[in-house]
Design a protein around this ligand. Sequence first.
Ligand SMILES: *[C@@H]1O[C@H](CO)[C@@H](O)[C@H](O)[C@H]1NC(C)=O
Ligand SMILES: *[C@@H]1O[C@H](CO)[C@@H](O)[C@H](O)[C@H]1NC(C)=O
Ligand SMILES: *[C@@H]1O[C@H](CO)[C@@H](O)[C@H](O)[C@H]1NC(C)=O
Ligand SMILES: *[C@@H]1O[C@H](CO)[C@@H](O)[C@H](O)[C@H]1NC(C)=O
Ligand SMILES: *[C@@H]1O[C@H](CO)[C@@H](O)[C@H](O)[C@H]1NC(C)=O
Ligand SMILES: [Zn+2]
Length: 566
Amino acid sequence: MLLFFYLILPSLLCSLSNSLKIPFQQVEDEAHVEIDDGIEDVHHFQFTSQRKFTPSKDRAESGRSFWLNNGRKILEEKLKGKENRNVAKNIILFLGDGMSVPTLAAARIFKGQRLQQSGEEQSLGFEKFPYVGLSKTYCVDSQVADSACSATAYLNGVKGNIATAGVTADVKKNDCEAMTNSDHHTSSLAAWAQQKGKATGLVTTTRVTHASPSGIYAHTANRDWEYDGPLVADGGDPNKCHDIAKQLVLNSPGNNLKVIMGGGRGTFIPQNISDPEYSNKRGWRKDNENLIATWLESKRAKNASAKFIWDRDHLLETSKALPEYLLGLFEPSHMLYHMLANEKTEPTLKEMVEVAINSLKRSPEGFFLFVEGGKIDLAHHSNYAQIALDETIEFDEAIMKAVEMTDEKDTLIVVTADHAHTMSVSGYPARGSDIFTNLEEAADNLTYSTISYANGPGYKQNWTAPTTRYDLSKDKRDDKLYQFPGTVPLEYETHGGDDVAVFSRGPWAHLLTGNYEQNVIPLVMGYAARIGPTGDIAQSSTSINVSSFYLISLLVLISFLRKTLL
Ligand SMILES: *[C@@H]1O[C@H](CO)[C@@H](O)[C@H](O)[C@H]1NC(C)=O
Ligand SMILES: *[C@@H]1O[C@H](CO)[C@@H](O)[C@H](O)[C@H]1NC(C)=O
Ligand SMILES: *[C@@H]1O[C@H](CO)[C@@H](O)[C@H](O)[C@H]1NC(C)=O
Ligand SMILES: *[C@@H]1O[C@H](CO)[C@@H](O)[C@H](O)[C@H]1NC(C)=O
Ligand SMILES: *[C@@H]1O[C@H](CO)[C@@H](O)[C@H](O)[C@H]1NC(C)=O
Ligand SMILES: [Zn+2]
């Protein structure tokens, strides 16, 4: 019976209305379709969706009071909020690689629908941070950013050229000569923090030498030069231009990082040595340098405790007795997608973040931590929307762990993305429509899914009838690895040029509101923590400045003395 009302009736009515050429009015909801005012109606509200969830009528959402009370509660909460002008002892930057605004909306719907809710009203934990801004992500020579040039911006405060990291726009892609000139080097939040005695660390789900984390410690004319192989293949001299892994182990600030965790054993281990986890795999380095051994030796030379770990058991064991320096490389390449990983052998981002914060918290001067949810981006590149959304939810869990482990009074947490992607959430799907399987009717009498991409490997063609569009309706759209349709065929889906959101909480987070260039982010974080190029700008801790405070105190004292003495 219910099935009849929710599935069959609307589609019957819909086809009826189609044939009679009258706009279809949704009957079970009280939603009104705009009355024809003479302008051609571009909104075809045809609720053909399969409803998995209760329509809004059955919740408290009908009428005024639910919405007015909700809105009032949020307003009252905001009115209680006070600007936090403390010095940030700790600063944490969470970077969701490719975490566009549509990714946030779709991820929160997925999160809610997993909990058997309608989904739209859910929110990710960090979406409730008190301050939000928008950052413009373009690079010096590129309208749409890649993860390398944007890392230079959000970690170093300087914009550079596409595919380069930690260098100014004087360095063009592949220019080995220009990259070695230290005048062209930028310095990162990690370097600034180390100069002020703070502990520093990085955690990612990609290779630790991948574009985003490289922005912390490397200066490179090509993000692909993660180890010597690609650098030599591009005609670079590996003795002149150090690859990214080598820079991490040998140079400051990389060699001072207290915590390094993620994937990427391959770029550290030579080709003639087997991988510790997979005996059938070998390292990638052609120069036969074992950078893990070099890293351990360099810590021993400092007389510091150091540990290299490569699986989840090691991590859990290490968390009980943390060394001064920790290097965790959990896969030869990127760590696996959370949905596909073996949870017994591979730690989650949340587990890594917990250990990283416990380690860095020991520093009396505070710390800087960079955390990347790096595989949101990689999943989008393959049009794996479900994986991208799951990675976003995992990223959120790691953020909420950090929120739980730190104090808003002295810890600034910033959550942002490096660039957008081309995924869109489109159509007019009914409330609660399954974010993956819902289909809407298109003008060619075929259907389209709520999620689609502007381009990518999910491009689909009907090869038996090339003049008609591909029919999605029989595809397994709820499969984890379903590639959502891309309009233009590309081997990899591209990034998007839209602005990305910046969520923040803690000292001076209110400065990260508005719309600004991406390179402003580390400058504000540095200001909050008194580090880096903006760390010396005076901070007034209250709205009454010090001299007026003394003046008022003096007047109060005088009047008090007058009263008591006279
Ligand atoms: C790998 O090559 C290096 C340099 O040629 C050599 O010193 C080392 O012994 C080799 N290791 C193995 C396991 O073959
Ligand atoms: C190394 O550390 C140990 C233990 O803290 C200490 O006893 C020793 O003197 C240190 N050695 C050097 C060379 O600093
Ligand atoms: C869609 O179906 C309708 C009704 O069967 C038909 O009149 C119309 O020509 C079809 N349109 C296309 C593009 O096939
Ligand atoms: C391709 O087109 C043919 C003819 O219209 C149709 O029968 C078939 O279902 C279509 N296949 C797909 C996957 O779109
Ligand atoms: C502090 O306040 C006094 C009086 O209001 C004003 O004259 C002075 O310029 C202020 N100083 C600073 C540093 O803002
Ligand atoms: Zn990317």
